[in-house]
Design a protein around this ligand. Structure first.
Ligand SMILES: [Fe+2]
Length: 204
């Protein structure tokens, strides 16, 4: 078994005009693929050769194996990012909607904070909505940083803020990209992650 490049959950054109097919093709087919391939090179012949990607990310973080962590966490983060977006309009409901209302007032206000933090994040990284139990927070991570490495934080949604996520479409206008991407967030996926009580599993 090895880590696989999961398929996009929608056609490459599905997120246009917010995110172009060209960006998705390169981002998924080149960047994500490279992280998957390098992870597989690094685990070949090791005790992690047959492990799940979730286990590989955690093991690399515990072992302070930065080289493996960077590749494996980027592979995981990108899988999670594809599923965080959807061409189908959605809105939070149930327990997640209640938690959002009490913490941020509304999903729109939550998105404003997510966009603001993503715009303010220096350099490459990720802007996450995470849960600690039922408590919500928005955090950014640098480079390959992944909440799986922090056992208390359960990722609900993420937006990639590496330049490769938007440069072809937006040049350096990260705010325009984040504003458009926030409208594509899959709140059904977030609700599943909120109610499951454990992190999303990267498909094998
Ligand atoms: Fe990316």
């Amino acid at each position: 078994m090895s880590v696989s490049l999961i398929s996009l959950p929608y056609p490459e054109t599905a997120l246009e005009p917010a995110i172009s097919a060209q960006t998705l093709a390169v981002h998924h087919g080149k960047h994500h693929r490279a992280y998957v391939d390098k992870t597989n090179e690094l685990i070949a012949g090791t005790s992690l050769a047959d492990a799940s990607l979730n286990s590989i990310v955690v093991a690399a973080a515990v072992a302070n194996d930065t080289k493996l962590f960077n590749q494996a966490a980027q592979a995981w983060n990108h899988g999670f990012y594809w599923h965080s977006l959807t061409p189908n309009r959605s809105a939070p409901d149930g327990a997640l909607a209640e938690a959002i209302a009490s913490t941020y007032g509304s999903a729109e206000k939550l998105c404003d904070v997510l966009i603001e933090q993503g715009v303010g994040h220096f350099g490459s990284g990720w802007a996450w909505l995470v849960a600690d139990g039922k408590d919500l927070s928005i955090v950014t991570t640098h480079d390959a940083g992944c909440p799986l490495a922090d056992g208390n934080k359960r990722p609900l949604l993420v937006i990639d803020v590496w330049e490769h996520a938007y440069y072809l479409d937006r040049k350096n206008d990260r705010k325009a990209y984040l504003t458009a991407a926030a409208r594509l967030l899959d709140w059904n996926f977030a609700s599943e992650n909120f109610s499951r009580g454990e992190p999303w599993t990267y498909p094998s």
